[in-house]
Design a protein around this ligand. Sequence first.
Ligand code: BEZ
Ligand code: FE
Length: 293
Amino acid sequence: MTTDEREAERALTEQVVASFANAEDARLRTLMQSLVRHMHAFVREVEPTEAEWMAAIRFLTATGKMCDDLVRQEFILLSDTLGVSMLVDAINHRLATGATDTTVFGPFYIEGMPERAYGENMAFTPGTPALVHGRVLTTLGEPVAGALLDVWQTADNGMYSGQDTAQPHGNLRGRYRTDAEGRFAITTIVPVSYPIPTDGPVGQMLRATGRHPWRPAHLHFMIKAPGYRTLVTHLFDKDDPYLQSDAVFGVKPSLLVAYGERSAGDELARRFGFSGDYREARYDFVVDESATP
Ligand code: BEZ
Ligand code: FE
């Protein structure tokens, strides 16, 4: 490359950056100018062929075509598998308040699932019976009464209800409220590891780069309480083989729980109606009272 060619390439970047100089919205101006600088730097670094650039455009087009308003959002999956979702999450939850760590929301949440009573079963498909219970606390250790825990997990086949239309409505989903002492209890099955969907462009990308699609077994939570910041997180099974290689980079050590073996006929089994052996996981969530939503 001659000096003139290098100068012309630099000048092009600066010309595009300058084209946003009059954007009224200062934040939009910053975002667009930074995006252009970083994209141009990427192109300068990898020097794509024209065929490679067209392939990238085709990949993004296919990603957009694989999105709908309900159960499939390939762009979220792309953001997740590139670690961008977890980076955005980290940047937005930097406060060292002692609140529970957050992790990815994922694309499989469904609004308006049934409200369930303390300890009610949400599993209508087979699996290893489990009790998941604990409390919702403030950063000062006070109980939060009336917090709403929206919970979702896959069935033993690794699919979420909604994604797998054969499952009954609301299977392995539910909304639980904490009692006056901040306690919640969920009767369910032990979650299993499962692969994220690989039938679209993200699956192609994973295969082409020798990456696996597995997520370690987890239970999703979105916890809301008036006056507290909404907490979006998971509890992961501490014995899962994929903890070190989650396809979406969502694991944090503070979110691991043990599903301990418990026997039929013990006190909790009687209280929660387990007729055979079952597993028990306990976890106390801490919500952040800072003002940000
Ligand atoms: C999930 O845990 O449901 C999930 C998260 C990110 C991508 C795909 C699935
Ligand atoms: Fe999940």
